[in-house]
Design a protein around this ligand. Structure first.
Ligand code: HEC
Ligand code: HEC
Ligand code: HEC
Length: 433
């Protein structure tokens, strides 16, 4: 009996393994020569350019200081470092030999032309939602507009067996919901368009949805907020920590300008999302994204200017360093208040810190990043700079300022282990490298 049982288990296992092998096996697709491609319609190429921006392909496929799209951008995952591939149409080292169908398969199924499974550091689990037409447009853009550059992909630094690509087929089976976006009949066309863009090409969930132990987004916590590179991508649900309720127009402004009067700046990893990406979308598409986000967050239509939090925060007097005893308050008055203390500063693009998301979040990470390294370059408002205080302020001083802002301006409970987080981000935060 036991023998038959174990034989049974063995045969189930064999059938399972064979089934998995069949599922995991992907054939190589024939190489093409890019010269053989017929000319693409310029309107399609332009649509592809916009979509490639909205999907921030260049952000992940360009190494620091490297040629655009030539790959080798290092992505630190919880399991090791993965290098992006060369996305230029170079035949030997890029995707020059990819046919349109091979490109579709890569985007929709996460399989390269030769039949290897790709790692989900490449967000194909989102790109799978994109229509064939949109994927084809990106293909047309890359094949036409991007100059071929020869660069070999650096070997990934992953421990065995995680480096085994066929195992990625198992990951897909378990976690990836492959297939095109299915419209939801209970919602408007604009909502569905916004959802299509957010879940597909712009892959907002890649940062705003927490991941499980195997690095897959946890669908049951869609947009619940997550940590990325020691930054916090805030919840885009009813749990959003903003002091002032979001409205659809505020979302739209944030996605175009990288800042809103009542919520602050798209700094850190959110910077390129706005500046290299989403803002390129057509006006209708930005409206649609705003409709979708507004629904997710449960946004109001109230004018934020009349919200209680805004009025209270703006009434707070400018701290006067002569009469203050608390270290954080004195430092704030001397180092920060010249730029941040009331409504006039908001008008000049300097956020009011009482209502800023970074002082209202449950963790101080974003505030600490901003104090250490400022907001500049491709983040925030063009031509406006928030200086970094990495060299000017000690950990104890930054801790004191953050504690003051949290308590006196945001009026929220003390952050646990603030000092430890300041020390950690100074040493290990991305800008230190
Ligand atoms: C979050 C980072 C990230 C973004 C954004 C991203 N990619 Fe990638 N992509 C990667 C990584 C990493 C790989 C390599 C995965 C591997 O080696 O398994 C990759 C691989 C690919 C491949 C397979 C190519 C090959 O030679 O094997 C294609 C095609 C691709 N990406 C296209 C795109 C396009 C088009 C966009 C924008 C719409 C895009 N990617 C955006 C990280 C990204
Ligand atoms: C690469 C990671 C990443 C991606 C992708 C990303 N975000 Fe973010 N997002 C962040 C981070 C980090 C912050 C915090 C920025 C800050 O405080 O300066 C943020 C902040 C935001 C905020 C402000 C929230 C608040 O309450 O202050 C909104 C709104 C937002 N993101 C929307 C989006 C949308 C919409 C998308 C998709 C189009 C998206 N994000 C994609 C990382 C990301
Ligand atoms: C020289 C003027 C100036 C000084 C001094 C200054 N800031 Fe700023 N700060 C700015 C500007 C401008 C922005 C908006 C940047 C942008 O949008 O690109 C900003 C943005 C911010 C933000 C918003 C970040 C976000 O993600 O929304 C925070 C928080 C902040 N500053 C905190 C501080 C603190 C704390 C100090 C003192 C240690 C300080 N600032 C000193 C000009 C200043």
């Amino acid at each position: 009996m036991l023998k038959r049982l174990s034989l049974g288990i063995v045969s189930v296992a064999i059938v399972g393994a064979v089934g998995f092998g069949v599922y995991a096996y992907k054939p190589a697709l024939d190489p093409i020569s890019p010269d053989s491609l017929e000319a693409f319609d310029p309107a399609i190429v332009d649509q592809g350019r916009v979509l490639a921006s909205a999907g921030y392909c260049a952000t992940c496929h360009t190494a620091e200081g490297g040629a655009p799209y030539a790959g080798n951008y290092a992505m630190a995952t919880g399991f090791g470092t993965i290098y992006s591939t060369n996305l230029t149409p170079d035949v030997e080292t890029g995707i020059g030999a990819y046919s349109r169908d091979a490109f579709r398969r890569a985007m929709h199924e996460g399989v390269d032309r030769e039949g290897n499974h790709l790692f989900p550091a490449f967000p194909y689990d989102h790109f799978t939602k994109m229509s064939d037409a949109d994927v084809d447009a990106i293909y047309a853009f890359i094949m036409t507009e991007i100059a071929p550059v020869a660069t070999e992909q650096k070997p990934n630094e992953l421990p065995f067996p995680l480096d085994q690509r066929f195992l990625q087929a198992g990951w897909k089976l378990l976690f990836a919901d492959l297939g095109r976006y299915e419209p939801d009949a209970d919602h408007s066309d604009a909502w569905n368009r916004g959802a299509y863009l957010a879940e597909g090409v712009t892959h907002c969930g890649a940062c705003h949805t927490p991941r499980n132990a195997l690095g897959a987004e946890d669908a049951s916590q869609h947009y619940a907020g997550a940590e990325i590179d020691r930054w916090i991508a805030p919840a885009l649900t009813s749990q959003n920590p903003s002091a002032v309720a979001w409205t659809a127009p505020e979302f739209k402004a944030y996605l175009i300008d990288g800042v809103t009067q009542y919520h602050g700046v798209a700094a850190g990893p959110m910077g390129p999302v706005v500046h290299e990406g989403v803002r390129e979308l057509a006006e209708d598409d930005l409206d649609a994204l705003a409709v979708y986000l507004a629904d997710k967050v449960g946004a109001t239509e109230d004018d934020p200017a009349s919200s209680e939090a805004v009025l209270a925060s703006l009434q707070a007097n400018r701290p006067d360093p002569r009469y203050r005893r608390d270290l954080g308050e004195r430092l704030y008055a001397t180092a920060c208040a010249s730029c941040h203390y009331n409504v006039d500063q908001i008008a000049q693009g300097r956020p009011d810190l009482g209502i800023n998301s970074s002082t209202n979040l449950d963790t101080p990470n974003n505030l600490i990043h901003v104090i250490l390294d400022g907001v500049n370059g491709p983040e925030g408002i063009a031509g406006v700079v928030m200086p970094g205080f990495r060299e000017a302020l000690s950990d104890a001083e930054i801790t004191a300022i953050a504690a003051y802002l949290r308590d006196q301006r945001a009026g929220k409970p003390e952050w646990p282990d603030l000092a430890g987080t300041v020390a950690d981000i100074r040493v290990n935060g991305p800008a230190a490298h």
